[in-house]
Design a protein around this ligand. Structure first.
Ligand code: PDD
Length: 279
């Protein structure tokens, strides 16, 4: 693979980042994952907008413009001949002597991008449906910033895997916040789609926004509010959304079968419509 590091396109085994990089030492960095379908970026503007917000919430200096970022994404997709998959982008506060105090403002940020081939449309997990286990949400309370501090979500997913599940849904004060790396939804008996309202406790998903717009266009009822684990276990359907999973049906929560234990019609419909809209 060809990857991008601070202005250069290089083979992945020649790419270099300092051991003093604050992303490495302090997880002092933010990231974005943008999907690619038919060689084209999906909702780049949305991801770029959220990146700017993450950078500004952390007072990170970053001088690369949106147009330049778009050009780098496109160049990397083209150099790697990527038809379907993901582009990962990471910005850190750069390299400096290890100190909790931020380095001087003129310290250049570190910008890294790479591509990852992945079958997004023909996904075995989306066809089978995910088994979810709930675990406590022990992340910090600024989950609206897309930082590279991903140890807890990784542990949560491993805990779900150890129980025979596919992914974890995180629970704060008895209420589901979101998945380990996706937003979480349930469908109630009256057909309404419930997902956590936007706050500092969840990532403001780019896919979430687009999928909710699709749902409203299809005259489906959308309710943005918190829901309990108990409510989720008794829902008629459940699903998650993310740039890498699109709309991904859920077939069980904590061992309780959801609906008839197969991907539900609302999730399947939204997945199809979302993919159609985005490609
Ligand atoms: N994860 N919530 C969390 C905690 C996430 O990490 C993500 C994305 C989402 C969904 O956001 P979006 O629809 O913008 O992808 C929600 C990415 C895909 C990842 O970490 O790989």
């Amino acid at each position: 693979r060809t990857v991008y590091v601070n202005g250069d396109y290089v083979p992945e085994n020649e790419a270099k980042v300092s051991v003093f990089d604050r992303g490495f030492l302090f997880a002092d960095g933010v990231y974005e994952v943008t999907s690619v379908l038919d060689g084209k970026l999906v909702d780049f503007a949305g991801h770029c907008g959220r990146l700017r917000r993450s950078l500004s919430e952390l007072s990170m200096n970053f001088s690369v413009s949106d147009d330049e970022l778009l050009a780098i994404h496109r160049e990397l997709v083209s150099r790697n001949g990527l038809e379907e998959g993901l582009v990962y982008l990471q910005v850190t506060r750069g390299a400096a002597d290890r100190d909790f105090v931020f380095p001087p403002d003129d310290t250049p940020a570190t910008l890294v991008l790479f591509t990852q081939e992945k079958s997004l449309i023909d996904s075995a997990l989306a066809q089978r449906g995910q088994k979810i286990f709930t675990v406590g949400d022990h992340r910090w309370s600024r989950c609206d910033i897309k930082t590279v501090q991903l140890l807890y979500p990784s542990l949560a997913k491993m805990e779900a895997r150890a129980k025979g599940g596919d992914d974890a849904w995180l629970v704060r004060d008895g209420l589901v916040t979101e998945g380990s790396s996706n937003n979480a939804y349930i469908v109630l008996a009256d057909g309404s789609i419930v997902t956590r309202d936007i706050s500092n406790f969840i990532l403001h998903g780019i896919t979430r926004k687009a999928v909710l717009a699709c749902a409203r266009k299809l005259q489906m009822k959308v309710v943005e509010r918190a829901f309990t684990v108990e409510e989720a276990r008794h829902a008629v359907e459940a699903f998650s959304t993310s740039a890498s999973g699109f709309v991904s049906p859920v077939i069980s929560i904590d061992g309780h079968e959801i609906g008839d234990g197969k991907p539900g019609p609302v999730a399947r419909k939204l997945r199809d419509v979302y993919i159609e809209e985005m490609r």
